[in-house]
Design a protein around this ligand. Sequence first.
Ligand SMILES: Cc1cc2nc3c(=O)[nH]c(=O)nc-3n(C[C@H](O)[C@H](O)[C@H](O)COP(=O)(O)OP(=O)(O)OC[C@H]3O[C@@H](n4cnc5c(N)ncnc54)[C@H](O)[C@@H]3O)c2cc1C
Length: 433
Amino acid sequence: MYVYIVKGDVEVETATLWEATSKYKRTYPLLQEHITADVVIIGGGFTGIASSYYLQNKGVHTVVLEQHTIGWGASGRNGGMMNTGYKLSAAETIKRWGVDKAKRLDQYALDCNKAVEEIAKKHQIDCAVRMSGHVALSKNSKKQEGFERSKELIAKHFGRDVKVLTGAALQEEINTDYYKVGLMDPLSYQFQPLDYVRGLAEVVHDLGAEIYEQTKAIDIQKNGNTFTVTTENGIVTAKELIFATDGYSEKITPELHKGVFPLASFIIATEPLDQETLETLIPNDRNLYDTINLVNYFRRTPDQRIIFGGSGIGYPARQAFKDELYMLLTSVFPQLKGVSIDYFWGGIIGATVDKFPVIGRTSQGAYYSVGYTGHGASQSTLHGKLLSQCILNEERINSTFENTPLKTVPLYTNKKFLVNAANLYFRLMDKLG
Ligand SMILES: Cc1cc2nc3c(=O)[nH]c(=O)nc-3n(C[C@H](O)[C@H](O)[C@H](O)COP(=O)(O)OP(=O)(O)OC[C@H]3O[C@@H](n4cnc5c(N)ncnc54)[C@H](O)[C@@H]3O)c2cc1C
């Protein structure tokens, strides 16, 4: 458990806005017996539930084990921004993968957003999904050159139009003097993430999947072709196993413990604001984020608030960090000085050394998809499809992430030290840059 504020001498985990406003309340039992499945899935976030969805649709019986509740991890705690592209810029993506693959990857990211929209529509999952667009922002005017380069590459190689914004055009997106330049991409989406994952869990449950909450996998054995997963009060045996544990992967999977870097990220949500204030501050209701290393991200919510998040600031979170987010929010929007904060929460983002997700197999032959590096809100849904295609030995909709090794994170044995050292380093870079 990573997200606390200190009340007196006691550290208390705080509620998220998404939990407080969720429309989906179905709960699932604790596993207390020995059961069998075709595929056992560890982790009840987007990746695990989407894997179950695509497998159940092919008649494969799945069992999902979640140590807390569905969506308890990053999937129920994120900013709900399904932005186009990846953690790295268009230029960096082309440099890493070459033009042809980068073009396919750009399309794949768009397909991921569409997949979430289509699933929500098909199953009437009430999760406020909408195409909102996003604006990447910088307070450093020199960033304009980099944004112009991205615009040129996206047009030339990906065949899409994005806009560089300054002055009055930028003010039409965000009413602040804090930022000097922005890059607007109209194709990003947003949603209520916990309602999406809980709504989809109800769909897979109705399709026959077994879901167990408060059920932590504590041991994995492989005997011949069968996995045996032991939980605190039960056992599951299955032919195939999927790890969908991302930033919450622990020593139970040594490969993931070594390869997934846990980045802490935190969010504050204001009290509900009046419509006029919201329309003045963020007129076009888009996803917004800062392009510094310790990314700040913010947006309006359907219940008339602004949420404002920040990454990489070490953990556990304390009151001091809530204050820091408030200071950042009111630096961007001085008009909000004095506004109350109703919610403060955080969670763990799984990142990889290469900053792209990886689909792979453990030495025991279990499948995993991890390391979305802050871009998993919609990609995890189609990664669930990819995992189902691996298991069913079907042609993949995208094989790029399956063919890359999960590199070991340096100093992984002391992640707390590493996260805090990285935080200090990136803070310094952001101050200098
Ligand atoms: C604060 C925050 C803001 C973010 N904002 C955005 C955003 O705006 N846009 C975006 O694209 N991405 C964002 N992300 C990242 C995004 O949420 C993740 O990429 C995505 O949710 C990953 O989904 P997942 O299902 O793979 O992992 P998770 O949702 O983290 O699920 C992993 C689950 O595995 C469970 N688990 C772990 N070990 C065990 C075990 N032994 N037994 C049983 N269960 C286990 C955990 O309890 C957890 O529920 C954000 C993340 C955070 C934390």
